[in-house]
Design a protein around this ligand. Structure first.
Ligand code: FE2
Length: 428
């Protein structure tokens, strides 16, 4: 079974990555940062975790306000470094762990956390700034991460209590995963800082010290604090410390603190802490019951013939092909595909199997492969095939055979102005 070895808390200020990239190890202003992270690096080297569950917020880099979510879990196979305006840091991409991610997703949703999920999005300094100081990464990272992105920038945001409860669910989900994995939960953010408005530059080291004591000994107390109170005590942007409560909720009620540091060089109180689980508290429900509850909603679905629920496993496996077909909503991609399909396949990096599925309009084959129906409907609109033709093909029937099972012979498509110009099937 997977095991949580402990938790790490860390600030995620871009200062950390900057100091590392600019080789500031011997600069007196920056040296304390490296000294503070050395024990954490050593602990990770000794414990050799397979997966770091990284809890952080994106800084409006990969997640913009066109769609902003509270809790967003990464389910992908790997994560690249985001360009935040000045080019990408020289760090390799890091592996994900889709199997554990999917399991955590099932567990959290079963506990009524209605999560968002993502893949194929680069991660910004919220993740890679601390990560680059925690783990060596040349030529590659020693393990995988699962990103948990928390929307803390656009209010309303989750309460401190909700974050703590999410952590408690996270623990159950991780510790019920059947593979022998060593997991460390990393909560990032803070400590005190404010970086906007006339109050920019606000810090409160006394509050930071108190917060460090409470999160270790009395995290429940921290769950009662409102965002306004966090802002008053530590500065508006320090409200992100609620993400530490997710990490703390995933640990045992008593923890052993084996390292703590605090340094305030400029704008943000930079803290690092390591907690080991003191004793493994019994989980609140038996593992078998929990796993059954996790899978209850789709139990028995496999008995339905010709039915393929669109799970994370399918979404990750067929991501490239679904994306290719989804891109047909963009006029330029659509035009490029129509003008030269083979060049479009090449540009999208489709595999030979994926290209053949598209070339041969293998509607049923695409569903088997992991394409969701709504991509087929878009593809049909582009190539002049009606939805009914696709339904018939998926059943292995001719259109006429399929139409015998309908009340009318109506045909339709999602084709708009451009697509309706060549609806040959509608003109017969
Ligand atoms: Fe942040």
């Amino acid at each position: 079974m997977a095991r949580i070895l402990g938790g790490i808390a860390s600030s995620h200020t871009p200062t950390l990555g900057f100091a590392l990239d600019q080789n500031k190890q011997n600069d007196p202003a920056w040296a304390p940062i490296f000294a503070d992270y050395a024990p954490v690096q050593k602990w990770l080297m000794e414990k050799q975790p397979d997966v770091l569950l990284m809890i952080f917020n994106d800084h409006v880099t990969s997640f913009f306000f066109d769609h902003y979510s509270a809790f967003t879990l990464g389910i992908g196979e790997s994560y690249a470094v985001a360009d935040e305006g000045g080019g990408v840091r020289a760090l390799p991409p890091i592996q994900g762990h889709p199997g554990l991610s999917h399991h955590i997703a099932l567990g959290l949703v079963a506990d009524e956390f209605d999560m968002s999920f993502f893949q194929d999005k680069p991660l910004d300094h919220g993740c890679f700034s601390p990560l680059s100081l925690l783990w060596p990464h040349e030529p590659q990272w020693p393990g995988a991460i699962i990103p948990l992105v928390v929307g803390v920038l656009q209010f309303p945001i989750p309460s401190a209590k909700r974050c703590y409860k999410l952590g408690q669910s996270l623990r159950k989900a991780i510790e019920s995963y059947p593979e022998d994995l060593k997991v460390v939960v990393v909560g990032t953010g803070g400590l005190s800082h404010q970086i906007h408005g006339e109050r920019a530059g606000f810090n409160n080291p006394e509050w930071d010290a108190k917060f460090l004591g409470l999160i270790e000994k009395d995290p429940q107390r921290l769950t009662e604090i409102t965002h306004a109170e966090y802002a008053k005590l530590g500065g508006m942007e320090s409200s992100e410390v609620i993400m530490w409560l997710i990490m703390r909720g995933a640990l045992s009620s008593n923890v052993k603190k084996i390292h703590q540091s605090y340094y305030l060089p400029s704008m943000c109180g930079i803290a690092t802490v390591i907690y080991e689980n003191e004793a493994s508290d019994p989980l609140p429900e038996r593992n078998q019951e929990y796993v059954e509850r996790m899978n209850a909603q789709l139990k028995g679905i496999e008995e339905l013939q010709g039915t393929y629920p669109y799970t994370h496993a399918r979404s990750v496996k067929a991501y490239r092909l679904n994306k290719f077909l989804h891109d047909l909503i963009h006029p330029a991609h659509r035009a490029a595909f129509k003008a030269d399909p083979e060049a479009a396949f090449e540009a999208a990096g489709l595999t030979g199997e994926e290209r053949e599925l598209v070339r041969s309009r293998n509607w049923r084959g695409m569903i088997h492969y992991g394409v969701i129906f709504f991509m087929l409907e878009k593809f049909g609109a582009v190539v002049g095939v009606s939805n009914l033709h696709i339904y018939a093909a998926m059943r292995g029937e001719t259109l006429q055979e399929f139409q015998k099972s309908r009340n009318t012979k109506a045909l339709y498509s999602v084709a708009g102005k451009e697509g309706t110009a060549n609806l040959a099937w509608d003109k017969k």
